[in-house]
Design a protein around this ligand. Structure first.
Ligand code: M6R
Length: 613
């Protein structure tokens, strides 16, 4: 997904931008570029297809001087990945420079009109129309900010925008609509970015722009105006992530580092809200009064990809403990169906980034139809956290690897906390039961560490045995069925091996036709109410010559007699097995992808944050 970095201040800007763009590489991109205003008020622009390293090589030796600049990593939506389509884009004169995230929906019509009026286009992008529209408006009588404001009135679609012009060096004009944009407040200059890690080494003070906001950023000042055009105050927030947290810390990949950070991420998510002595939960930003909680008649859980899998686990918990009907929807589907929703419906959007376009649209839809909405989110200040009626924060810290790991287990943790919270208030959990659950929850982080300490080598060996296989099947039942889906998703995302997750009992209704000696079958067979049923499913698989890789509870000797390979999971309450079972499946995907030499942190075709529909 595209990324934006900008800087204006007393320092040389090109180095800051290149570093910032590198920190955005995790978002996924196909080309990159920067534009710098020189002391002589000339624009130097460098763009190329491929990695930031290519851009660095292009700039090497030129050392473009200048204190104001904007840069971009592009993930193609309009026009193929190429040098010409890489941002920044300019007007005809090359003096107005634009970087843009989002999609301009009416760009074809605008491009036609601008071309007829004599503008020359040099790319296939939707973005370039913005530069030419600003050029039309900037006639010597209005400021760059005013010209941008007028140009924006003609745009339909979404944008996070950074605009600079050689006519006003020392100034960046920013604007956002349906695409995230932040301003970092520094000591010797100010920053523009699409997300926080880009400029974390320079500041922790951020203004999170809201939809419709425009800003004028100068070295020593930031002025924001809201959707109505009036100047407005946006209070800066202090972000506690430090830059080191956003680096690899000696791990070969961000994904592996993030798998190992799960002990801490779960602990922090729990400790952020749980009162250990009583089992009660305090969600500071949930904003739903006990009276309203008692009135909930129905819950919808909405998310995409991995977050959707967290919702599936959430459904088991909420229906089991609260006895409230709960539906789970893939966000892009929820948007276009019409389920009955009213003020006694709770709709929860689950998202690591808080910016996923489909989930955000579903959240807006739910809120427009009168539901109480809440977000389970990892990114403070993200759009969802600002638009939802309430928020439950996961405290996973920045997740850089495109494949979600610690964000997922933190989302599961948030669902455990939510179950406790709603269960206590609705009188479905007495203190004894609440304490039993919360005690088990508190011990989960150590159990995650135990799996990482004791099973990693075994999992590496298993990956060695199977990494050349072309298809995998993942089976689970009941509350662990979503973990079969998640295990399969992890493997396909990062190793490009075809993998299917299935409820084990459903296998005989079709997928069993695929099973032969060439298809390894990963079976989640930890102790549970469906344990015996899963053993029968393993027998069905073995009868078709497939190799079984089983997840079993420590001390289980039955499964070890049935499976070729076995990964042991410490005992816990059944409701917590999804979280523990997730960890070895992440490692299995990781080691397999590594053996195949895949680009683990930035898998092909994927983006960390999908901010377009
Ligand atoms: O930021 P979000 O949690 O809303 O992202 C949702 C999905 O795009 C995300 O989980 C995706 O499926 C990951 N690549 C999974 O590893």
């Amino acid at each position: 997904m595209c990324g934006i970095v900008g800087y204006t201040g007393s320092r040389q800007s090109s180095r800051i931008l290149l570093e910032g763009l590198k920190r955005l590489e995790y978002r996924g991109y196909d080309s990159a570029g920067i534009a710098v205003i020189s002391p002589e008020k000339k624009i130097s622009r460098y763009r190329c297809r491929g990695r930031i390293a290519n851009l660095e090589r292009l700039i090497e030796g030129e050392h473009p001087e200048g204190n104001t600049a904007v840069g971009h990593t592009r993930w193609a939506t309009h026009g193929r990945p190429s040098d010409e389509n890489a941002h920044p884009h300019t007007d005809c004169s090359g003096q107005i420079v634009v970087v843009h995230n989002g999609i301009i929906e009416n760009y074809l019509r605008l491009k036609k009109e601008l071309s007829s009026a004599g503008h020359r286009f040099t790319s296939d992008t939707d973005t370039e129309v913005i530069a030419h529209l600003v050029e039309d408006e900037l006639n010597g009588e209005v400021s760059l900010a005013e010209a941008v404001r007028s140009a924006l009135k003609k745009l339909q679609g979404s944008y996070a925008l950074g605009v600079i012009s050689s006519s006003e060096p020392g100034r960046i004009i920013a604007a956002r609509k349906d695409s995230p944009l932040i301003i970092g407040l520094g000591e010797d200059g100010n920053f523009l970015a699409s997300d926080v890690p880009a400029v974390l080494p320079y500041t922790r003070e951020f203004i999170f722009l809201e939809d419709g906001d425009k800003a004028v950023i100068e070295s020593g000042s930031v002025t924001v105006s809201g959707a109505d055009g009036a100047e407005t105050e946006r209070k800066p927030l202090t972000v506690s992530w430090d830059p080191v947290m956003a680096e690899k810390q000696g791990y070969r990949h961000f994904m592996l580092k993030e798998i190992y950070e799960q002990q801490r991420a779960i602990q922090e998510t729990v400790m952020g809200s749980l009162v250990r002595d009583t089992g009660k939960v305090i969600f500071e930003d949930f904003n739903m009064e006990p009276a309203a909680i008692r009135k909930i008649k129905k819950i919808f859980l909405i998310g995409c990809g991995t977050a959707y899998h967290a919702c599936l686990v959430g459904k088991f918990l909420l229906e089991d403990f609260l006895k409230i009907p709960c539906e789970v929807d893939i966000a892009s589907e929820f948007r276009y169906r019409q389920p009955p929703i009213d003020s006694e419906t709770l709709v929860m959007a689950v998202s690591q980034s808080g910016e996923t376009a489909d989930t955000l649209a579903a959240l807006r839809e739910a809120s427009s139809r009168g539901a109480f909405t809440a977000a389970v989110c990892n990114v403070l200040g993200s759009t969802m956290t600002r638009e939802a009626g309430g928020v439950i924060y996961t405290h996973a810290g920045p997740e850089i690897g495109v494949a979600s790991t610690k964000a997922f287990t933190s989302q599961l943790t948030a669902f455990y906390l939510l179950t406790l919270h709603l269960g206590i208030i609705r009188g479905m959990l007495d203190e004894k039961k609440a304490l039993e659950i919360s005690e088990a929850l508190i011990h989960l982080p150590n159990k995650v560490k135990h799996i990482l300490d004791t099973q990693n080598e075994t999992i590496k060996e298993i990956a060695h045995r199977y990494f050349k296989k072309k298809n995998f099947l993942y089976l689970g039942r009941n509350i662990n069925y979503p973990i079969a889906l998640e295990g399969a998703l992890k493997l396909k995302e990062i190793s490009y091996i075809h993998a299917e997750g299935y409820p084990a009992g459903e296998m005989k209704h079709g997928p069993i036709a695929l099973i032969d000696g060439e298809v390894p079958v990963v079976v989640i067979a930890t102790r549970s109410c469906v344990y015996e049923k899963v053993l029968s499913n393993i027998e069905e698989v073995r009868a078709r010559d497939a190799s079984v890789i089983a997840l079993a509870s420590e001390g289980d000797s039955t499964v070890s007699e049935l499976a070729e390979d076995i990964i042991y999971i410490p005992e816990t309450m059944e409701i917590f097995t999804p979280l523990l079972n997730t960890v070895p499946l992440q490692l299995l995907a990781y080691h397999t992808a590594r053996l195949l030499g895949c680009d683990i942190d930035q898998p092909r075709n994927l983006a960390k944050s999908v901010t377009v529909e």
